[in-house]
Design a protein around this ligand. Structure first.
Ligand code: 5AD
Length: 349
C-alpha cells in the first residue's frame, strides 16, 4: 500500500511525476479506498455535503471533426444527425428551470450552422429569461474572437476537454488536422477571457499509458481549471475503435480521487459515461470525490441520436425529468442535491 505517497498528496495537493506514476502503477484496492475517503473529506471541507446539478442540452449532433473515438465523427454515416432550434432549446431550459436546474450546459458537435451570431442570440436569450442561471458552453474549438463574443453574450463557463496532454497520444486519437497545441491555445484563451473553464480526459482511451495520464494530471494541476470532466472511454460500434476495450470503473474512480486531492476546489462531475459502465457509477463517483451531476434535458426524441459511445444512458436517473429519483440516490450516499448555480469556490487552507 502506498500510504506515504497518499499522505504526501493530501498534504501538498501534488506529487512529482515519478510519484504519480508509482501511485497509479502500484495501486491497490486499499489505496483506492483511502484516496476516496480523503478526497471526500476534502470536498466536504470546501463545498460541504452538496452535489450540484447541471441540465445538459445536447443541441446538435452534427460535427465537422473526425475524432477516432467518437460516435458523432463526420465519417460515421450511420449517425443520426439533428439540430435543435432556438425555440426547442429555450423550451428545454424552461422545463429544466421548473425542475430546479440553475445551470444549463449547451453541448454539441462542432456544427458550422451555429455561427457566432446564431449561438450568441441563443445565449443572450437564455440569460435574459433566466438571469439567475449560469450558461455553460461545450461546443469545441473556436477562435478567440468567437469565445469573446459568446462571453459578452452572457456565457459563464466553457467545457473543452483536452482529451490527452500527450501530443503523440493526441495524434493517435485525432485526425491530423487536430493538434494538441491548438486545443491548449483554446483553453488558455477561454481562461484569459474570464470563463470558468473545464478541461478533462477519457480514462482507458486506446493507447493511453501511465506516462500520458501523468501528463494529464500535470497539465490539470498547472492549468488549474474550475472544472474537470473525467469519464471512462467506451467504444462506439461505428468508429475505428469499435473493438477497443472500455476504461474501467475502478481506474476512473481512482483518478477522480487524485484530481480532487490535487485541486481541492474543482467542480468534478460524476459523468454519464461513469453511470453507463456501472449501475451505481454516479454514486460511487460522488463517494470518490466528485460533486456534480449533469442529467439530460434534451427532448426525448433526440436523446438516442446523441450517441458518443455505445449504450449511452439517456433515460432513468440520467433523464432530468427523473431528478427526484436521482436526488433519492444521491441522498442515500449522505449528500444533498442542491438547486444552486454552483459556482466555483476558491479554496484556501
Ligand atoms: N467514450 C467516452 N467518452 C467519449 N467522448 C467522446 N467519445 C467518447 C467515447 N467513445 C467524450 C470526449 C468529449 C466528450 C463530449 O465526450 O471526451 O470531449
Amino acid at each position: 500500500m502506498n500510504n506515504e505517497l497518499i499522505s504526501k498528496l493530501c498534504d501538498l495537493h501534488d506529487l512529482s511525476d515519478e510519484e504519480l506514476g508509482c501511485l497509479i502503477n502500484e495501486r491497490t484496492p486499499e489505496d483506492a479506498k483511502r484516496l476516496a475517503a480523503e478526497a471526500s473529506e476534502l470536498r466536504d471541507r470546501v463545498y460541504g455535503k452538496k452535489v450540484f446539478m447541471r441540465g445538459l442540452i445536447e443541441f446538435t449532433s452534427y460535427c465537422r471533426n473526425d475524432c477516432l473515438y467518437c460516435g458523432l465523427r463526420r465519417s460515421n454515416h450511420n449517425a443520426q444527425r439533428y439540430r435543435l432550434t432556438k425555440e426547442e432549446i429555450l423550451s428545454c431550459a424552461e422545463n429544466g428551470y421548473m425542475l430546479g436546474f440553475r445551470t444549463f450546459v449547451l453541448q454539441g458537435g462542432e456544427d458550422p450552422y451555429f455561427t457566432d451570431d446564431v449561438l450568441c442570440d441563443i445565449v443572450s436569450s437564455l440569460k435574459e429569461i433566466y438571469p439567475d442561471c449560469a450558461v455553460t458552453l461545450s461546443v469545441g474549438e473556436r477562435s478567440l474572437g468567437s469565445y469573446k463574443q459568446l462571453y459578452y453574450a452572457g456565457a459563464d463557463r466553457y467545457l473543452l476537454r483536452h482529451e490527452t496532454a500527450d501530443a503523440d497520444h493526441y495524434g493517435i486519437l485525432h485526425p491530423k488536422e487536430l493538434k494538441l497545441s491548438h486545443r491548449m491555445e483554446c483553453l488558455s484563451d477561454l481562461k484569459s477571457i474570464g470563463y470558468q473553464t473545464g478541461c478533462g480526459f477519457m480514462v482507458g482511451s486506446p493507447y493511453q499509458s501511465t506516462e500520458s495520464i501523468v501528463k494529464d494530471l500535470r497539465f490539470i494541476k498547472s492549468f488549474s481549471p474550475e472544472m474537470v470532466g473525467i469519464g471512462p472511454f467506451i467504444p462506439h460500434c461505428d468508429t475505428p475503435y469499435r473493438n477497443q476495450k472500455a476504461g474501467t470503473l475502478e481506474f476512473t474512480l481512482f483518478l477522480l480521487s487524485i484530481v480532487r486531492l490535487m485541486l481541492p476546489d474543482v467542480l468534478l462531475p460524476a459523468t454519464t459515461a461513469l453511470g453507463t459502465i456501472a449501475e451505481n457509477g454516479r454514486e460511487l463517483g460522488i463517494m470518490a470525490g466528485a460533486n456534480v451531476v449533469m442529467p439530460n434535458l434534451s427532448p426525448n426524441d433526440v436523446r438516442k441520436k446523441y450517441s458518443l459511445y455505445d449504450n449511452k444512458l439517456c433515460s432513468g436517473d440520467e433523464a432530468a425529468e427523473n431528478v427526484n429519483e436521482l436526488r433519492r440516490r444521491i441522498e442515500s450516499t449522505g449528500y444533498k442535491l442542491v438547486t444552486d448555480r454552483g459556482d466555483h469556490i476558491r479554496f484556501s487552507k
